[in-house]
Design a protein around this ligand. Sequence first.
Ligand SMILES: CC[C@H](O)CC(=O)C(=O)O
Ligand SMILES: [Mn+2]
Length: 341
Amino acid sequence: MNVKRDVVITEVALRDGSHAIAHQYTVDQVLRVAKALGEANVPYIEVSHGDGLGGSSLQYGLSHTHEMELIEAAVSVSGNSKIAVLVIPGIGTIKEIKEAANLGVKMARVATHVTEADVSAQHLAVAKNLGLETVGFLMMSHMAPVDTLVNQASLMESYGADTVYIVDSAGALLPHQVAERVRALRHSLSVNVGFHAHNNLSLAMANTLAAIQEGAQRIDGSIRCLGAGAGNTQTEVLVAVLEHMGIVTGIDLYKMMDTAEDIIAPLLKVPQEITRDNLVLGYAGVYSSFLLHAQRASKRFGVDSRDILIELGKHKVVGGQEDMIVDVAAELAQVQAAARI
Ligand SMILES: CC[C@H](O)CC(=O)C(=O)O
Ligand SMILES: [Mn+2]
C-alpha cells in the first residue's frame, strides 16, 4: 500500500528488542514478527544483533541464530516493508554491510557515540555506494551539549547520511531537552532528523511527541515496548496517538495491536515494565543495553544492581565498554565488604 506518511516509523523490536531477550531470536520468531509488521504496513523494520551487525560475541552476548539468517528470513516475508540494519563501526565491518545489502536490506543505520561521528564516514560511504538509504545514529545524545550534537550531526550529513538521529540510549532526556536538540538539528541540517527514545523515565512518548512537534520526520518505536531497558516508544500506542493528532503514519493500528498481543507478548518471559533497574538506567544516564549485563554482575558479585548502574553513570561509561560492568561490580563488592569489617 502506497501512502504519504507524515512521520516515517522504524520498528526496532527485532534489533533493540534483541537486548531484552539476550539476543535469542530464532528464525521462526523473526518470520512471524516481520510478516505481521509487513502486513501492518510498517515502513522500516530493523533486524540485527542488539549491538548491531557483528555484535554476537562474549562481550555483547552470543546470538542464538546468526543475524544474516534472521535478516534473510525477514526480507523473505516483509512484503513492502524495507529491512534496515544497525552497524556500529568497529563491531560491524564493511563486509557485514555488504552481506546485508546482498540479502536485500535497504537501509543502513551507522551508530556512534554522540561525540565520535567521525568513525562513521567509511561505513556511511560504503552503504551509500551500495545504494542503501543511510542514517547516522548519534547514541547517548544526553551526554553532549547541543552545539556538540549539531557539529557531530553535521559531520554525519557531510559523510552522506540521509537522516541523522538523536538517540536517547539511556532514556535520560527530558522533553524540553529533546525539543531543543531537534530544533537545533532542524536549523542546521538539510537532511531529515530522527529520534529514538527509551522509556526508562516513562518519557518515551512525551519525548517522541516533542521531537515530532519540532519537525523530526523519522521516529523509532518498538512494538509492545520490546527494546533494551524499559523499551522504546511503544509503536502501536504511538500509531494511535499520532492518528488522533492527524499525523499519518500509514500503519494499520488494529494489525499492530494484534501483533503486539498475539505474537510479541508470548515472546516475553516478563512484560516490559519500568522496573527499579530500568528506572535507574534513565536516572543515572546509563546505556539501556547494559541492563542484563549489570544484573548478571549483581548476582555474581552480590552487589545491588542499582549501585552498579549508578557507579557506571558516574564513570560516564559508553557503549562498547561492557567490560567495565564487571570491573565496577568487583570494585563495589570489595569496597562494601571492607566497610562491613
Ligand atoms: C548498542 C547499540 C544500541 O542498542 C543502539 C541503540 O538502540 C541505542 O543506543 O539506544
Ligand atoms: Mn535503543
